[in-house]
Design a protein around this ligand. Sequence first.
Ligand SMILES: O=C(O)CCC(=O)C(=O)O
Ligand SMILES: [Fe+2]
Length: 325
Amino acid sequence: MASPIIDCAPYREELLGLAGRLPQVPRADLYDFLDQAGELAEDLPKGLSAALDSFNAEGNTDGYLLLRGLPVDPSELPDTPTTTPAPLDRPLFVMEAMLALTGRRLGLHTGYRELRSGTVYHDVYPSPGAHYLSSETSETTLEFHTEMAYHVLQPNYVMLACSRADHERRAETLVGSVRKALPLLDERTRARLFDRRMPCCVDVAFRGGEEDPGAIAEVKPLYGEERDPFLGYDRELLAPEDPADKEAVAALSQALDDVTTGIKLEPGDVLIIDNFRTTHARTPFSPRWDGEDRWLHRVYIRTERNGQLSGGERAGDVVSFTPRR
Ligand SMILES: O=C(O)CCC(=O)C(=O)O
Ligand SMILES: [Fe+2]
C-alpha cells in the first residue's frame, strides 16, 4: 500500500521559487491571490503533483496525505496569534503559500460565512477558555468530527499546515478512515448505518445565535457507494434517537477508534484530510502562552466530487449555511 507520507524536502527550492511568485499580501485581493496560485499549481514538482492528483482521483486507504519537509521558515514567524481573523495586510507566510499551491491543485478554497467572519484562511491556535467543540481547545481532547458533516456544502478536504508544534510535541491529530473501519463492521450494522438520516446538531458558529437549537440537521453516517461508502461521523454532534441507530453508531465509533492513526504535526507539514472518508480529532496539549504556542493554518477545499460544486464557482468564494436534511 502506498505511504500517505510524501517527503517534500527534495522539492524545497522549487516550492520556495513558486511561493515567491505569489502576491505577498494574500488578503489584499484573495481572489487574485488564489487565481495566481491556481496557475502556479500547474508547475508543482512532478512527484508532488502526481501524489496530489492520485489522492484527488482515488483517495487512499488512510484517508489522508501528509506532505512533510516543506520549506517552513521559523525566522519569518511573528508570535502565534491570539485573535482572529488575521489582519488584511498580514504578509504571506510560507506555509500559507503551500496551502495555496497544493490546495489549488486539488480544488477551490472556500470560506464559510458563519465561521470566522467568512475568512478563507484560518489560524488555529490555543485560546484560554475555548468552547469544548472549538479548534482553539488545548488541554482537552477535540473529539472526532467530520468537518461540517451537517453542511450541504461540506468541504471535500480540510488542509492543516503547521508553522509551530506545541512545546512538548504532544498534540496528535487523529484520523479515522472509513476504508479501514468498514471491514470491522458486520453486515447488519453496515445496513443500519447506510443511507439512514440521523439527527445532528451543528457547531456553535452555525446556531444563529441560539445557545442550543438542537439537532437542526440530518446526517447519514454511511452513504454513496455501498461497498466503498462516504462517512459522516461526529462524536459530539451526531444524535441518533432510535435504539438500533444508537447501537450501530456505537459500533462505528468503536471501529473508528480501532483504526485511528495519530499524526504529530511538525513545522513544514501540510496534512490533507479526505473529509468525505474520515473523521478527525486532536489530543490534549499544554500551551505556555509565551508567543510560541502551537500554530496551524487551515483551509477548506471543495472539488467536483459528490456535488460540492455546481459550476461557476471561484477559489475564494464564501458560502452560506444550509443544513443537510
Ligand atoms: O488541531 C488540530 O490538529 C486539528 C484541529 C481541527 O480539527 C481543525 O482545525 O479542523
Ligand atoms: Fe477539524
